[in-house]
Ligand binder design. Structure first.
Ligand SMILES: Nc1ncnc2c1ncn2[C@@H]1O[C@H](COP(=O)(O)OP(=O)(O)O)[C@@H](O)[C@H]1O
Ligand SMILES: [Mg+2]
Length: 137
């Protein structure tokens, strides 16, 4: 099966979150991530997509294949033009939620992935970028 090096979609409803999950699943399987790691990446993608929808008022996701000499990875970018996050450190704490959530999504995604980056500006929006790596095969 062919893999495009980048897949972008808007996140505007629950079905879009399912689509993100399915795309991430397909790409992680193609890259031969272990089943445990596939599950971790899908979980992180779900949490971040849900944040984009619920906290960010919708936005988009970008799934990228990234290649380096010794390793290959999947990079997920979630961005929105929502309210932004005033206190990033606090938002990353387990149990902190401004909604009705468990407050485990951001910290969880950080733990489940290898690289984690978040940029956010109040009243402008949020972009979360996460990557997980595996050996080339
Ligand atoms: N894309 C986003 N835009 C605005 N705020 C966000 C975004 N993502 C996360 N947040 C803020 O960070 C908090 C923690 O996020 P998270 O750990 O996923 O917990 P939960 O989603 O259960 O509230 C959220 O309650 C929200 O205040
Ligand atoms: Mg969340």
């Amino acid at each position: 099966m062919a893999v495009k090096s980048q897949e972008e979609r808007s996140i505007a409803n629950e079905d879009d979150i399912l689509d993100v999950r399915n795309s991430v699943k397909r790409v992680t399987a193609l890259l031969n991530f272990s089943l445990v790691n596939q599950t971790k990446i899908i979980s992180a993608a779900s949490e971040l997509a849900r944040n984009t929808l619920e906290h960010g008022k919708g936005g988009k996701s970008i799934i990228q294949l990234v290649t380096e000499p010794e390793r290959i990875g999947i990079r997920l970018i979630f961005e929105d033009t929502g309210p932004g996050i005033p206190d990033l450190a606090r938002a990353l704490e387990d149990g902190y939620s401004t909604g009705r959530g468990m407050g485990l999504g951001l910290g969880g995604a950080k733990r489940l992935m290898d690289d984690f980056d978040i940029e956010s500006k109040e009243n402008e929006g949020t972009r979360v970028t996460v990557t997980k790596w595996t050996e080339k095969n």
